[in-house]
Design a protein around this ligand. Structure first.
Ligand code: FE
Length: 349
């Protein structure tokens, strides 16, 4: 009996190792700031195609970055999905991503929508979809020419008319960072003060709340990401569609530097335990099928080259195509602290 013990132990160890290898092979841990129910199909399609089970932690961008820092090398995260360009940049600067080499991703995603090459020639993060920051307005009070630039939102003509979510939300911080790049900090602070002076109320709620407030007559103009508007336009609820019929849509700055566009993107976590699966997942998100899902499921613009999509709401709101700004994402990221200080100075909540 005693002589069997080493064999049994060896067998047990082998079984445990096989089990561990199997578990590693089949699991992908994702930390995601994508808060869109339509994404569930993306994840389940990946699992169906690969047999890799996804375990997901949902939090906002800042929460995910804080968690990664706290967890350090012990972090189980393999893939990080964020919904803001400057947070992607921040995470890269903080060393939270593992630069990877993938010909598929490099072929699919234009260079300006991914991180610059790291020292090892790898790329830290990849943009996977884009969204425009639009102005919506009450058609009974204003015309498109009243709001055809972000600068005009600070015009005294709009006093008491502006509804906007918190200035510290990443969507606004990135827009304000872009404005700092275009106008310089002095003019941007004056502009931000103008926005505060024009507010209809203290910032509250999300972008959809701002759109609904314009339709309800509580404010005359508001800022929103494009997909929230598209979601209402395509809603099966007649009340949502009625909201969109009351408002006009402006893609600001078509006559100058173009509309501010933000990126949702993905990266492999610095301490990923399942690197191969993580890369495979990012490559899947850049595939035509997944890119189409971003367009048709969550009303975002695909980033991969040559992906055709048919989203009537995106087409209707933009007229098919529009001019988007072209500034380095690193510039938007670098202005974030400056912008937050300006917001504090002008009393932008
Ligand atoms: Fe969002």
């Amino acid at each position: 009996m005693v002589s069997f013990l080493p064999r049994i132990l060896a067998l047990l160890v082998a079984c445990m190792m096989a089990f561990a290898a199997h578990a590693q092979e089949k699991i992908l841990n994702i930390y995601s700031a994508r808060h869109y129910p339509t994404d569930e199909a993306l994840y389940s399609d990946f699992t169906k195609a690969t047999g890799i089970r996804i375990q997901r932690v949902d939090a906002d961008d800042a929460g995910i970055l804080a968690r990664l820092k706290a967890e350090g090398t012990a972090s189980p995260a393999d893939v990080i999905l964020l919904v803001d360009a400057s947070r992607l940049w921040r995470a890269e600067m903080d060393g939270l991503f593992l630069p990877i080499k993938s010909a598929k991703l490099e072929d699919a995603i234009p260079a300006q929508l991914r991180a610059q090459a790291a020292e090892n020639g790898g790329t830290s993060w990849f943009g996977l979809s884009t969204r425009a920051r639009l102005v919506v307005y009450d058609k009974s009070k204003f015309t498109k020419s009243d709001v055809d630039s972000y600068e005009k939102l600070a015009d005294p003509k709009l006093k008491g008319q502006l509804c906007i979510r918190s200035g510290s939300h990443p969507y606004n911080l990135s827009l304000f960072g872009a404005m700092t790049e275009h106008l310089g900090p002095v003019k941007t602070e004056v502009w931000l003060k103008g926005l505060v002076d024009n507010m209809a109320r203290t910032p509250k709620g999300g972008d959809t709340d701002q759109i609904k407030s314009v339709a309800a007559g509580e404010c005359g103009v508001a800022l929103t990401n494009s997909y929230y508007l598209a979601r209402l336009m395509r809603s099966s609820n007649p009340a949502d569609r009625a909201v969109t019929e009351k408002i006009g849509v402006s893609f600001p700055n078509q006559a100058s530097w173009g509309t501010h566009v933000n990126i949702a993107g993905g990266a492999v976590a610095k301490h990923a335990k399942n690197v191969d699966h993580a890369i495979r997942f990012l490559e899947y998100l850049a595939s035509p099928a997944a890119q189409n899902h971003f367009a048709n499921g969550n009303n975002e613009w695909p980033v991969a080259k040559g992906v055709s999509f048919d989203n009537p709401a995106l087409k209707a709101m933009s007229g098919g195509t529009f001019k988007s700004e072209l500034i380095p994402i690193s510039a938007v990221g670098m202005h974030q602290i400056k912008v937050q200080q300006m917001l504090d100075r002008v009393g932008f909540k």
